[in-house]
Design a binder for this molecule. Structure first.
Ligand code: CAO
Length: 415
């Protein structure tokens, strides 16, 4: 049994933000029917292909556990099928450019007429009514508009985007929470509703501690946990802090054995206030435990980079794994900087299912990121992504179309 058994979702999404949301709901048991344009489908099927005739990994990573229905929703027959589908579905998810659904002839009012219980979920770049609401948006655009880029990177370099999909998949996760909330509300009211998340807003939601810092900077003129304090200068905006720890405990990326040739031979090391004495023991500096220049966080801050250098000196002949094995015994929050290759082969991630190997009809086995959410009473199985239109006839038959009618739709390329 799966939590979302019986929930039918029209998945009108493409690229990453929307598909990440519907994939999550499919993992948890919803019947997710991905509606794609006949002949081409989701653009990511073709983007960055590594095998000439197989769906690209961009697509397979974001569309597991779904069914694929091809449908040209700009034809009369296509619109009819979509109407039938709307009548029997619980949720419709889309992340088209602004206004596309209205132009297709399916504004919210029409959807509600067809199914008053429908939950209509949308991702857009900016929220409704925003002065940029007409803009089309991709990942990095959202990171720039959502406060992530201006606060990421080094102070002497340009604004920098993160490799984590803060604009795309993160917005999809927010939308999934919104959909589940609306489903819960529908249980109480019997009514559907519109759920919308903008990529700018979802990004900002993850950058809230940077707004915290702006308010502190406005009041104090400095931010004591940033590398700019106390020797550098602050302006009136939150600066980029490099790899500084974002909270109350300083941290930095430290070099380990092999850093000269291996770009990931580093660990992240955190100086947690109450772990100061264990840190002194771990790095062989017991005298620092009683030296007033080191005993409090405030006393350490002016020479925090000298402290990091001393720790680096201690681990320079140790691999990142050896360094972590030493520090973990002292309860110090730290981890190796892992490459994607190391993550793909990590036995713990394989064991937990967070890295999963699944089958695909054309490409064979491929690796994907499984569910990061674990349940004690539900197993999440990851299945391969569907081929384009793999389930078209099956879905049409479920909607009551006869084999002759289905054949006619293929003939006119409506499906
Ligand atoms: N049958 C017929 N037409 C279809 C169709 C189908 N099954 N599926 C889509 N279409 C049509 C839409 O109706 C629309 O047509 P019109 O523009 O003529 O009304 C068109 O295909 C899709 O338009 P789009 O604006 O969504 O696509 P795009 O490639 O120009 O833009 C993107 C892509 C992502 C920039 C835009 O969709 C967008 O801004 N989405 C919202 C924000 C978002 O989710 N961005 C993240 C994407 S992940 O990086």
């Amino acid at each position: 049994m799966k939590a979302l058994d019986g929930i039918k979702i029209i998945d009108f999404t493409h690229v990453q933000a929307g598909p990440a949301c519907t994939q999550l709901l499919a993992w948890f048991g919803a019947d997710v029917i991905k509606v794609e344009r006949p002949g081409s489908g989701d653009v990511t099927r073709n983007q960055l292909r590594d095998i000439p005739d197989a769906d690209a990994l961009y697509f397979t990573q974001l569309n597991s556990n779904k069914r694929s229905l091809t449908l040209d929703t700009k034809t009369k027959e296509g619109k009819e099928v979509l109407e039938k589908l709307i009548k029997v579905s619980d949720v419709m998810v889309e992340n088209f450019g602004p206004g596309a659904l209205d132009r297709m002839g399916f504004p919210w009012k029409r959807i509600l007429e067809l199914n008053p219980k429908m939950i209509m979920a949308s991702v857009k770049g900016f929220s409704e009514g925003h002065h940029y609401e007409d803009l089309k948006v991709y990942e990095n655009v959202a990171q720039c508009a959502g406060g992530a880029a201006s606060t990421t990177g080094f102070w002497d370099g340009p604004p920098t985007v993160s490799g984590a999909a803060l604009g795309d998949s993160n917005t999809g996760m927010h939308l999934a929470i919104g959909i589940l909330t609306a489903l819960r509300m529908r249980d109480k009211t019997g009514k559907g509703q519109k759920v919308a998340v903008s990529m700018q807003d979802a990004c900002l939601n993850l950058c809230r501690v940077k707004l915290r810092d702006q308010l502190r900077l406005d009041r104090l003129g400095y931010l004591e946990e940033y590398p700019q304090y106390p020797h550098g200068k602050f302006t009136d905006v939150v600066p980029r802090g490099g790899n500084a720890g974002g909270g109350g405990q300083p941290g930095w990326v430290l070099k380990c054995k092999g850093w000269e040739t291996d770009p990931n031979a580093y660990i992240y090391f955190t100086i947690q206030g109450h772990a100061w004495e264990p840190i002194c023991d771990a790095i062989g500096k017991p005298e620092w435990k009683t030296d007033p220049a080191y005993t409090t966080a405030k006393a350490r801050q002016p020479h925090i980079f000298d402290i990091f250098k001393t720790i680096e000196e201690f681990i320079k002949d140790k691999t990142k794994y050896e360094a972590v094995d030493i520090f973990r015994k002292f309860d110090i929050p730290c981890a190796p900087v892992l490459s994607m290759k190391e993550i793909a082969n990590d036995p713990s991630l394989r064991k937990s299912g967070t890295i999963a190997e699944v089958d695909h009809k054309v490409r064979g086995k491929y690796l994907t990121v499984g569910s990061p959410i674990k349940f004690s009473d539900m197993t999440v199985e990851i299945t391969g992504s569907p081929l384009l239109g793999e389930h078209t006839d099956e879905v049409l038959a479920e909607l009551g179309y006869t084999p002759q009618q289905i054949a006619a739709m293929h003939e006119t390329k409506a499906v």
